[in-house]
Design a protein around this ligand. Structure first.
Ligand SMILES: Cc1cc2nc3c(=O)[nH]c(=O)nc-3n(C[C@H](O)[C@H](O)[C@H](O)COP(=O)(O)OP(=O)(O)OC[C@H]3O[C@@H](n4cnc5c(N)ncnc54)[C@H](O)[C@@H]3O)c2cc1C
Length: 440
């Protein structure tokens, strides 16, 4: 049967967000199609390393109609298990999904609705849901281009494992979740690792007998809406806490790794006179990460007392290593590889709608833009902490489905005619103009 050229709703992106959206649209009997340029699970299959594990416990994988049902709810699925979970999810309700179809351009039509150009032809929609994920283009600093050609460079999204890299020392840049886990992966494989430590906070894996995520969940942290914070922007764009789900879940203690031979540096500031330069903020960054982790424990202690919970006590963290003070430098000639764990830029240039702020971030309230019929789903902190993750996307999708059902916008015209041309380049100097999206 030929594909319809018009739908009430087109969902762009067939990751967990797009599929969740589809689940609720199916439940409400709303005509739609989900367009996915690759295959379901692509991001997890193709852009995670071999030893990747979720940092959130499996029980938090609660996609609509398909909560985690395996034997290890408190464990952390590996990469291939996550891909399988998503593939099984798609099979579980048979969404109207078209894989291998990329939307190359989308724009509002004068008569209402949206026109879309795709690699499989044009179509129209009354309403449009953008579920293309938050992590589009790898962000790598400009000075990377000045590194000698003897140094291999790759972004965290292209890292697979230690054997992928030539022999020799590796510099990992960034201590968000990817940076810490990749540095540890290389360290455990016996590689010489330098790590440029930024300002990311950390969290302990367990405290007082439970996974910290379980405490935070019970304490309502994942239900707190973004508009309850004084500075929503600061919350929305902050880097997530580092911790790992590897080996059943444990802390990432950079001080312990330093004691064990990993070379820690402060934030990488640039390349001067042929040498990589690092700020003298390593001590501060480690202290800050510890202070955040201990602050979370304070909050758990307070909750335990307030609710009279019988939870075992445990000793607090004692820093076992202190860095030397001062800036440091590194001769890149001594490195075989740099792994940039420096986040991503968003790239919505294919979407021509007046909803982006000066940084290229879509302005919205709970995913609903000011433009009638245009929605986003799966943005980090779209509504709550869990929005960009497995735990909270269902709630956001359910909310959008309600808004979509109530939409009284115009029907899009069947035939789309627009002036041919490339999408406007709204990001003249994207590399540093658009703030990086932290990896959650
Ligand atoms: C390293 C890393 C670790 C993470 N760990 C966790 C974790 O432990 N727990 C957790 O809950 N979350 C985690 N996340 C966050 C989140 O769960 C993932 O980012 C997840 O992939 C987001 O799902 P999504 O559906 O919103 O976006 P994506 O998975 O990115 O899916 C978007 C889809 O849209 C498609 N697409 C994009 N543009 C177009 C277009 N123009 N036309 C058609 N299709 C298009 C893409 O091919 C892709 O398949 C992690 C993220 C990263 C990067």
């Amino acid at each position: 049967m030929p594909e319809s050229l018009h739908h009430q709703v087109v969902v762009v992106g067939g990751g967990q967000a797009g599929l969740s959206m589809s689940w609720y649209l199916c439940e409400r009997g709303i005509d739609h199609t989900v367009l996915e340029r690759h295959r379901v699970g692509y991001e997890w299959r193709e852009r995670r390393w071999d030893t990747f594990c979720l940092v959130t416990p499996n029980w938090q994988c609660r996609l609509p109609g398909f909560p985690y049902a395996g034997t290890d709810p408190d464990g952390f699925m590996g990469r291939d298990e996550v891909v399988s979970y998503l593939e099984r999810y798609a099979r579980s309700f048979g969404p109207p999904l078209r894989e291998g179809v990329e939307v190359t351009r989308a724009r509002p039509l004068p008569a209402g609705g949206f026109g879309l150009a795709t690699t499989a032809g044009r179509l129209t929609a009354d309403q449009l849901v953008i579920a293309t994920g938050p992590y589009h283009s790898p962000a790598v600093p400009r000075f990377a281009a000045g590194l000698p050609s003897t140094v291999d460079q790759l972004h965290s999204s292209a890292y697979r494992g230690p054997r992928q890299l030539r022999d020799g020392a590796v510099l990992v840049v960034g201590t968000g979740q990817s940076g810490c886990q990749i540095a540890e992966d290389l360290h455990l494989a016996g590689r010489e690792v330098h790590l440029a430590v930024g300002g990311a906070p950390r969290v302990s894996r367990r405290y007082r007998g439970r996974d910290v995520v379980a405490w935070l969940d019970e304490m309502g942290y994942y239900d707190k809406a973004i508009d309850e914070f004084d500075d929503a922007d600061a919350v929305r764009f902050r880097v997530n806490h580092y911790v790992t789900g590897r080996d059943g879940g444990r802390d990432i203690d950079l001080r312990a790794l330093a004691r064990d031979g990993m070379r820690l540096h402060g934030r990488l500031t640039g390349l001067g006179d042929g040498r990589l330069t690092f700020a003298g903020d390593l001590r501060h960054n480690l202290d800050h990460a510890d202070a955040v982790a201990e602050g979370i424990k304070d909050a758990i202690d307070g909750y335990v007392v307030a609710h009279g919970i019988d939870a075992p006590t445990e000793p607090r963290y004692v820093p076992g290593w202190q860095p030397p003070d001062g800036d440091s430098e590194l001769d890149p000639a001594g490195l075989s590889t740099v792994v940039w764990c420096t986040g991503f830029y968003r790239d919505h240039r294919w979407l021509e709608a007046p909803v982006f702020d000066g940084r290229g971030y879509p302005t919205h309230v709970r995913g609903v833009t000011a433009f009638p019929g245009l929605y986003f789903l799966g943005l980090p902190w779209q509504h709550t902490w869990g929005s960009g993750r497995f735990s909270g996307v269902a709630r956001d999708a359910a909310y959008l489905a309600g808004r979509i059902a109530r939409h009284d916008g115009h029907r899009a015209v069947e035939e789309v005619r627009w002036i041919a041309g490339s999408p406007r380049d709204t990001y003249p100097d994207r590399e540093w103009f658009v703030p990086r999206t932290a990896v959650s």
